[in-house]
Design a protein around this ligand. Structure first.
Ligand code: FES
Length: 149
């Protein structure tokens, strides 16, 4: 696995020691998502206070890229405003791990890298629509999530 240049030291380290790994009981936002072809799946848990993200955790299993990207995503959104996080683009996450080239070169790996962002966008969408009854705030998050990869 380490012969592939995609597996940088940072990705391997994150996959061994994922950030914010664990579960939140009764979170404000919870979303499960998976890549059925490889069998990997994650659960993302988020607590908010007002519009601010106060706590993020995830659990589940995935390949090194999936674990690393999910870890980094949880770090990036901690303490941020939901409005800001809503607008996260795939490049924001991929470039954090030097994986921007994945968009063009690896349609399979892109699913690993963006699984958590998809879960996050669907999760925030459900939070706004189902819990806050605010479809305007949800915007086009659902469409964005569906078209990530
Ligand atoms: Fe399953 Fe990467 S191989 S998420």
């Amino acid at each position: 696995m380490s012969a592939d240049p995609i597996y940088t030291e940072m990705i391997i380290e994150y996959s061994r020691n994922p950030s914010n790994f664990g579960k939140i009981e009764n979170p404000h936002i919870h979303r499960h998502d998976s890549n059925p072809l490889c069998g990997d799946s994650i659960d993302l848990y988020v607590n908010v206070d007002g519009n601010k993200i106060t706590e993020v955790k995830f659990d589940g299993k995935g390949c090194a890229i999936c674990m690393a990207c999910t870890s980094v995503l949880t770090e990036m959104i901690q303490g941020k405003n939901l409005e800001e996080v809503k607008n996260f683009k795939k490049d924001d996450l991929l470039s954090e791990l030097g994986l921007g080239h994945l968009i063009k070169t690896s349609p399979v790996r892109i699913k690993c890298a963006l699984l958590s962002l998809k879960a996050l966008k669907y999760g925030i969408y459900s939070y706004f629509v189902d819990k806050m009854n605010d479809t305007e705030a949800a915007g086009n998050l659902k469409e964005e999530a569906a078209s990530l990869y």
